[in-house]
Ligand binder design. Structure first.
Ligand code: GLN
Ligand code: ZN
Length: 761
């Protein structure tokens, strides 16, 4: 029985690649140094998988930045502005596309399906001259072979590549990207032929877009592409790999009808329908790569359950044709549990990171072939049993409270316009009130204070004193700038989710559980392992301290339940919505404590609400329903006079605007300035918005300082589609990544613009 891994993390167990990249970019080390670190990482991964007994080991799963950008390089599809003159693409052109250079900005980056990984979006048009310009796939195959490991080289499939692209600048938005198939397939053929020449016996095409809602035209392109490649693929075993969901019935039919394909990879974890599809029909004589080990989470696999599934599959596809695999690339999970020296022992026994998942895949394959490692299986069963019965997982009060929520709507009793009137009486704000999103610059000094407090190098008193001083500075600055609704600046927070996770029960934290977000950037999501509750108030001390420093309204600042959920590794032993409701109840307690402490404006950030949206339309309404419900739970109990704000770092939510309205916040601030006013078009098209709204008036991602005129101009555009009395004036997002030298003049101009317009209205 065979085993396969869809893909593997590149960063290294201790983010070795990150540090090597950043040192190279800073000019502190050479290209050779970087290449050496990369080669060592690849070699150790291949050897680790070979040592574990994996039969189909991936190559070309490594990347210096991103696998989609690697494909762009392979195809020579470099946008002309990078001045590339042909030949093999080197670091200079490659990293310019990824990160920009002194004269040209980077290519656009966007989220890879519903993960937190971001890829570089190819820019294509009729004039792109494709050429075979990066031999990376072949080089990596040869490199592994030289180390004695025969690998399965991975390419992003041609159809997914085109469907993930966007029309280049100056090319019409309606440009049919799929019309470029005929131009890129000849290059795929060259790569295939070289791989064959180098001795490859398998090749893997990743075609994850097959799990999306594709129309028949797109499906046909898919059939056409693989039909066109058929003759060049002959003599090779071909795996078409899908992941992130099950493949819809029509696409499944198209996929399994392809000739020239030897095997199919399917996601059995998120793909709730995958098993039924296979039971319905699976082409005779083809290999099934069954992704039963979750590539997107950190939980140990339920080996007994997986074995049951695999045995059922064996009955359908035959013993010889079943391959045990991961549900997705392991890119989306943490790297190696071995380095978690600080994690509680019991919790640790419940987990499996990428390195451990490789062992699980292999153990399942061995068990299927009659060589079950009894000790491995019984250790796994014991870990699962301990997780199931552990008192630290279950909190009956929380379970009861969450269960009692069902069937109820949780809405504030009065409608939003009545509430806004009541709030205005109390707050007495000018029209076009100004505010910021929460964080102020996180200086090196501030980070040092937090680090030293955590390491117990400074006392609690010293820490509190330092943070208070910082808050006071931020408050005074905002008063000087004459901002209307103030924030405390979030100096006590390292991260908007971790800060809350650390104070809630049911959360655990890793030391090295990093997951690549983009390029060299990684995130370390908390692990939600148990029922969530809030033992103590989390922000009341800091918010009331800040409020005591000013007569102006001070916004309490919380992270919302959906965002905490979406930016964590979530337990898999209950539905996501149940975990979300539990977090919502904990945040509700905090909201009410803030209100009691005299905080009249409370912002509950839902930066990540949009990103949890399921890939398939059929599942979106259900998600939006419980996500929006969770948000409302947090604040349904406050007085009319308490103003609830929310914030989103996403402008692209025209399709979910009705859900946003249904959140029933009093004020929403939203990222807006980078989106060509896409956001405003919703209102132009007639959607009525009665609550307060603050579309960001300037981009905080850039160091550029916007002028007063420019901001006033933006506000005027908003006033053309939104009522004057609901409009707020604020930046796009928090200011923590900026410097004071940028923040001060930018906010000064923002306030000046608001004041200027007030005189004109
Ligand atoms: N309140 C947070 C901040 O200002 C919001 C961050 C975010 O939306 N990502 O930093
Ligand atoms: Zn934001």
């Amino acid at each position: 029985m065979a085993s396969h891994i869809v893909g593997y993390p590149r960063m290294g167990p201790k983010r070795e690649l990150k540090f090597a990249l950043e040192s190279f970019w800073d000019g502190k080390s050479s290209a050779e140094d970087l290449k050496k670190v990369a080669a060592d990482l690849r070699s150790s991964i291949w050897k680790q998988m070979a040592g574990a007994g994996i039969k189909y080991i991936p190559s070309n799963t490594f990347s210096y930045y991103d696998q989609v950008l690697d494909t762009t390089a392979m195809l020579g599809a470099v946008p002309p502005r990078y001045g590339w003159n042909g030949g093999e693409i080197g670091f200079e052109t490659y990293f310019s596309m990824a990160r920009g250079n002194a004269s040209v900005p980077a290519m656009e980056m966007t989220k890879w399906f519903d993960t937190n990984y971001h890829f570089i979006v190819p820019e294509l048009g009729p004039d792109v001259k494709f050429s075979y310009a990066s031999h990376k796939a072949v080089d990596e195959y040869k490199e592994a072979k030289a180390l004695g490991v025969d690998t399965v080289p991975i390419l992003i499939g041609p159809v997914s590549y085109l469907l993930l692209s966007k029309p280049a600048k100056g090319v019409e938005k309606t440009f049919p990207l799929l019309s470029l198939l005929g131009k890129i397939l000849p290059i795929y053929k060259e790569v295939i032929s070289e791989l064959k020449g180098a001795g490859a016996s398998w090749i893997q095409f990743d075609e994850p877009t097959l799990v999306m809602d594709l129309d028949s035209h797109k499906l046909k392109a898919f059939t056409d592409a693989y039909t066109e490649l058929e003759s060049s693929l002959s003599g090779l075993n071909v795996l078409v790999e899908t992941y992130f969901a099950d493949v819809p019935a029509e696409a499944y039919k198209a996929l399994t009808s392809l000739k020239g394909v030897t095997g199919y990879g399917f996601d059995f974890v998120r793909g709730s329908n995958t098993l039924d599809l296979i039971k319905g029909k699976f082409p005779k004589g083809k290999y099934l790569f069954a992704g039963v080990v979750d590539g997107r989470n950190i939980w140990a696999n339920d080996l007994a359950a997986s074995l049951g599934t695999l045995q059922a599959l064996e009955g359908i596809v035959g013993k010889e044709k079943l391959v045990v695999s991961t549900s997705t690339s392991l890119l989306h999970t943490a790297v190696d549990l071995v380095n978690e020296t600080k994690l509680d022992k019991e919790i640790k026994s419940w987990l499996a990171f990428a390195a451990q998942k490789v062992l699980e895949v292999n153990a399942l394959a061995k068990a299927l072939s009659g060589h079950k490692d009894e000790a491995f299986f019984s250790a796994n069963a014991a870990a699962l049993a301990s997780r199931k019965s552990s008192p630290r997982v279950t909190n009956e009060d929380v379970q009861k409270a969450a269960a009692a929520l069902k069937g109820s709507d949780h809405r504030r009793a009065t409608n939003v316009s009545t509430r806004l009137d009541a709030q205005q009486k109390k707050l007495n704000l000018p029209i076009l009130p100004t505010t910021t999103i929460g964080s102020f610059p996180q200086t090196i000094e501030l980070r040092r204070v937090r680090r030293e407090y955590k390491a117990k190098k400074i006392s609690e008193d010293e820490y509190v004193k330092a943070i208070k001083e910082e808050i006071n500075k931020v408050v005074k600055l905002q008063e000087e700038l004459d901002i209307d609704v103030l924030v405390h600046g979030e100096p006590e927070r390292n991260d908007m989710v971790e800060y809350f996770g650390e104070q809630l029960s049911g959360f655990a934290f890793t030391v090295n559980g990093w997951v690549q977000s983009y390029g060299s950037r990684c995130v370390k999501p908390p692990i939600i392992y148990g029922d969530v509750s809030r033992p103590n108030p989390m922000t009341v001390f800091w918010s009331s301290t800040a409020q005591s420093m000013t007569a102006r309204p001070m916004k309490g600042m919380l992270t919302g339940p959906v965002t905490i959920l979406n930016w964590s590794f979530v337990r898999n032993d209950q539905p996501r919505f149940e975990t979300c409701y539990q977090i919502a109840l904990a945040i509700k307690d905090e909201v009410e404590d803030l209100e009691k402490a005299g905080i009249n404006v409370i912002q509950i950030d839902e930066a990540a609400l949009r990103e949890g949206l399921p890939l398939r339309k059929s599942e979106q309404a259900f998600y939006l329903d419980w996500a929006v419900h969770s948000f409302r739970i947090t604040n349904c109990g406050v007085n009319d006079t308490t103003q609830i704000h929310t914030h989103m770092c996403y402008s692209n939510f025209n399709d979910i605007i009705h859900s946003i309205i249904d959140m029933d916040a009093d004020v929403i601030t939203i990222e807006n300035s980078r989106s060509d006013e896409k956001l405003l078009s919703v209102f132009r098209e007639g959607v009525k918005y009665g609550a307060g709204i603050g579309p960001g008036v300037y981009d905080i991602h850039s160091p550029r300082i916007p002028s007063t005129e420019e901001i006033a101009d933006r506000i005027n555009k908003m006033l053309a589609v939104l009522e004057t009395n609901i409009l707020w004036v604020n930046p796009d997002c928090g200011l923590k990544t900026r410097k004071y030298a940028e923040v001060k003049p930018a906010l000064k101009n923002m306030v000046a613009a608001a004041k200027l317009l007030r005189t004109q209205l």
